[in-house]
Ligand binder design. Structure first.
Ligand SMILES: O=C(O)CCC(=O)C(=O)O
Ligand SMILES: [Fe+2]
Length: 206
């Protein structure tokens, strides 16, 4: 299912630069099934929250996208999660990072929606280790993912959302943002996680 050529490269890239952009990572058929799943659950997308310790807040000055957490109610979700489980096993075997879990949600950005600069995990405060983003469609314009260099305001890379492209990056290391969408933009954002609780601090709330 995962593009074999890319499969060899992505571990080296994560090792060397902390992220990897894998084009055509996922079978086109599965991408269209996941897209169809988004249309199916379309009315149930809700405004995403910003995690602040135990307090879930919806702050639409930071992010405007709508999300839907996977609930395993479609074949497509189950198939995607199986692929991510395989990647999790490979990451564990390669980096000995003890990932034990993967969670993800669909995200929908409509015209004008954005997600301002943020990190997905704060050092020692979270168990999100690796972030994954899979794009389900190819908007003609807008909605680029901008990843900044570690501890710098300089841009590391700008990624144009493209159906089938999978981005993996270290959750604590990279500040990133989603530029305002122009066309509708569908994706799956997910996190490979370590154990569920670190010194009594639970996961950032969904
Ligand atoms: O959709 C993207 O390109 C990134 C989304 C993101 O940063 C997030 O959901 O935390
Ligand atoms: Fe993020």
């Amino acid at each position: 299912m995962l593009n074999l050529l890319a499969y060899d490269n992505y571990l080296t890239e994560i090792e060397l630069q902390g992220y990897s952009v894998i084009h055509q990572a996922i079978d086109e058929r599965l991408i269209s099934d996941l897209m169809a799943d988004c249309y199916r659950i379309n009315p149930h997308f809700t405004l995403a929250g910003i995690g602040r310790l135990n307090n879930l807040q919806v702050d639409d000055s930071i992010r405007k996208d709508k999300t839907y957490w996977f609930d395993g109610t479609s074949q497509a979700q189950v198939a995607y999660q199986a692929i991510m489980e395989n990647i999790k096993t490979t990451l564990n075997r390669t980096f000995f990072i003890g990932l034990f879990d993967y969670e993800c949600h669909y995200a929908k950005y409509t015209s004008g929606d954005f997600y301002k600069k943020h990190v997905d995990a704060f050092k020692g405060r979270s168990n999100r280790v690796i972030t994954s983003v899979l794009y389900l469609n190819t908007p003609a314009q807008g909605g680029e993912l901008v990843i900044y260099k570690h501890k710098s305001k300089e841009i590391e890379i700008i990624i144009k959302p493209t159906a089938g492209t999978l981005v993996l990056f270290e959750s604590e290391r990279f500040v990133h943002e989603v530029l305002p969408a122009i066309n509708k933009r569908y994706s799956i954002a997910g996190w490979f996680r370590k154990n569920a609780s670190i010194s009594g601090i639970i996961d950032p709330p969904r």
